[in-house]
Write a protein that binds this ligand. Structure first.
Ligand SMILES: NC(=O)c1ccc[n+]([C@@H]2O[C@H](COP(=O)([O-])OP(=O)(O)OC[C@H]3O[C@@H](n4cnc5c(N)ncnc54)[C@H](OP(=O)(O)O)[C@@H]3O)[C@@H](O)[C@H]2O)c1
Length: 317
């Protein structure tokens, strides 16, 4: 019964009221005077972005490149990513847009990639964990990991922890993880039955936990996790076709979805907020639905220990 309450409350009170286009415009209007700060800090900075070849990610890469940052797009499809790279260079005149081909569901390859990246670069200013998937059928990677977990949780964990040494060498380092308001739905996955939406929500919740925990253990880095709102992207069209047809005309554009990510990545105002918080439309919001207390701090620490052990089991010796 609790879960019925949770789903309905989330859809009507949060979803329709806050995650759609109308609400974005309202929030944007309130913040419009802050726009100037965006131009400030990405100059000459190196920014590593995952999932940059479609949806919100493409806009984030473009917006960061416009502000002079070096953008490292970490994506799995060479052809489409190189097309985007050429488009961004042409539109912005910024030549510092780089492509790294990596399938983020493959844990060992992420460790290898990070090691190479650490050898080739002295610092990293901002890491944006944007890539994500909602896979509705249970399926495992060749390494035996459930697909949603491998892409959304384990990759975020490995990429972030392995790049922390580089981030710590730069001034004003930031890690932004693109999660989802759907994480409010997660209580506990049911054994036996596989519900892709709930497994996705679980991975989004794990991103929140990781962010909160990292903010405690790495005080010099500014961590944030955020919800883009409901955005019209290839991912939503394919993974949630029924949802897509019911709210299609209300969805945000990728530009609107990317706004808070870019703000968190480059603005001075974002880092005035404490590290470890969840953002929506440039504002911090609660990570719990009213009456639904979903996590405890000892569970979170146990989760982080398990994740560390699992991630290390894929680390090259
Ligand atoms: N759109 C929404 O309403 C919404 C709401 C809440 C949260 N989000 C989050 O926003 C983020 C961006 O999603 P989107 O809506 O822009 O969807 P999208 O169009 O499907 O973009 C997802 C990106 O992640 C990449 N990706 C997925 N699996 C990957 C893998 N194994 N290795 C490398 N890259 C991989 C995709 O690359 P390919 O092109 O190669 O597939 C694509 O670039 C995700 O984290 C999603 O959970 C979206």
């Amino acid at each position: 019964k609790m879960s019925h309450y949770r789903n309905t409350a989330w859809f009507f009170f949060k979803g329709i009221r806050e995650y759609t286009r109308g609400d974005y415009l309202k929030a944007f209007k309130l913040e419009i005077k802050s726009i100037a700060f965006i131009s400030s800090s990405a100059n000459n900075s190196k920014i590593s972005r995952t999932g940059a070849n479609s949806g919100t990610g493409k806009v984030i890469a473009l917006e960061i490149a416009k502000r002079g940052g070096a953008v490292h797009m970490v994506c799995r499809d060479q052809k489409s990513t190189e097309e985007i790279q050429a488009e961004i260079v042409k539109e912005t005149g910024n030549e510092k847009v780089f492509v790294h081909i990596l399938d983020l569901s493959e844990a060992r390859k992420i460790w290898d990639f990070s090691e190479r990246f650490r050898k080739d670069h002295e610092t990293l200013n901002v890491l944006i964990n944007n890539a994500g998937c909602m896979i509705n059928q249970r399926g495992c990677t060749a390494e035996g990991m459930e697909m949603n977990f491998a892409t959304n949780t384990l990759s975020t964990y490995i990429l972030t922890t392995s790049l922390i040494p580089l981030l710590e060498k730069s001034e004003d380092p930031r890690v932004i993880t693109v999660s989802s308001g759907g994480m409010l739905l997660y209580l506990q996955s049911e054994k036996g039955h596989f519900d892709g939406t709930m497994v996705y929500a679980q991975t989004q919740c794990q991103q929140v936990v990781m962010t909160e925990q990292w903010s405690q253990t790495h005080k010099t880095i500014h961590f944030s996790v955020m919800h883009t709102g409901w955005v019209d992207t290839p991912g939503v069209r394919s993974a949630m076709s029924n949802f897509y047809s019911s709210v299609q005309d209300k969805l945000r554009t990728p530009e609107q979805g990317a706004d808070t990510v870019v703000w968190l990545a480059v603005s001075g105002a974002a880092v005035k907020q404490p590290s470890g918080l969840f953002f929506q439309d440039r504002k911090t919001v609660s990570t719990h639905l009213p009456l639904a207390w979903t996590r405890s701090s000892s569970e979170e620490q146990t989760f982080m220990k398990k994740l560390e052990k699992l991630a290390n089991s894929f680390k090259p010796q």
